[in-house]
Design a binder for this molecule. Sequence first.
Ligand SMILES: NC(=O)c1ccc[n+]([C@@H]2O[C@H](COP(=O)([O-])OP(=O)(O)OC[C@H]3O[C@@H](n4cnc5c(N)ncnc54)[C@H](OP(=O)(O)O)[C@@H]3O)[C@@H](O)[C@H]2O)c1
Length: 273
Amino acid sequence: MQAGGTPGAGGTIAFVGCGNLGFAILERALAAGAMPATEVTVVEPDAARRDHARALGARATERLADARAAGTVLLAIKPQQFETVAGSLGPLTDATRVVSVMAGWTGATIHDRLGRGPRVVRAMPNTPVRHGLGFTAIAAGPRAGEDDLAAAERLFGAVGATGRIDESLMDAAVSAVGSAPAYLFLLAEAQVAAAVGMGMDPALARAATAQTMLGAATMLAKDGRTPEELRAEVTSAGGTTAAATRVFEDGGVRELVARAMRAARDRSRELGR
Ligand SMILES: NC(=O)c1ccc[n+]([C@@H]2O[C@H](COP(=O)([O-])OP(=O)(O)OC[C@H]3O[C@@H](n4cnc5c(N)ncnc54)[C@H](OP(=O)(O)O)[C@@H]3O)[C@@H](O)[C@H]2O)c1
């Protein structure tokens, strides 16, 4: 029997590391009723974060061994913290489902470092989970079965949409999902700067850009039309949108996006273990 209670007990979940992403998932999942706070243990070295977890009704501890009792261990530490964490957290048995949101570490290596026991699922969410609008790519790792994937889908489905991928595509998902909000923030920065450059008030330019992105994303998600069709709708021949689009196309925007996304994927591969 391992320290910290019955290994892999039922629907309980331990957040191992609860920083930016961990709390974003936890708070939103609790608000959505995905699990009762009494089923949650947060393992954090930071006292303020432990207090925050307790204020949400969860149990909080700094002892990694206490996470062994949970049915699901959500690894939300930084990738560079995993090696140290694995030493104190493992070994785990196949009674434990490990869900890792860490970039870089493969399911096979996580499984290996945690004693070759646990069922491993990898998940790549993004920060809009904070508003229940995230997207999470989910992949089966060693020993993970349909139940494990479905459990991960329930958790991440409470904080946004989900989709299954093969683990071989996880580096692509780091680029297309985890890093992707930043691409839109970069575009927003450029749009706001350009609008201000044309004389618009900065606060108004920011509000207009944010609302436009929200509206355009909502159309993309809900209209059932492709991006090409939606763009065609607002682009009349010889008009203003066509003038802007021509500048984007002449500047090689598609190749630039493809190169940027490949760079994120390749960096994820380099960091991978
Ligand atoms: N942010 C994103 O958009 C995003 C998207 C997809 C995936 N991810 C992945 O999510 C993970 C977390 O990212 P994040 O931005 O939330 O990082 P973060 O804010 O640094 O959160 C990591 C937390 O783990 C804690 N920690 C460190 N050592 C620990 C230990 N021994 N036991 C328990 N907890 C420990 C850290 O505490 P200290 O601060 O005291 O070290 C921190 O609170 C990363 O692996 C990242 O690859 C992030």
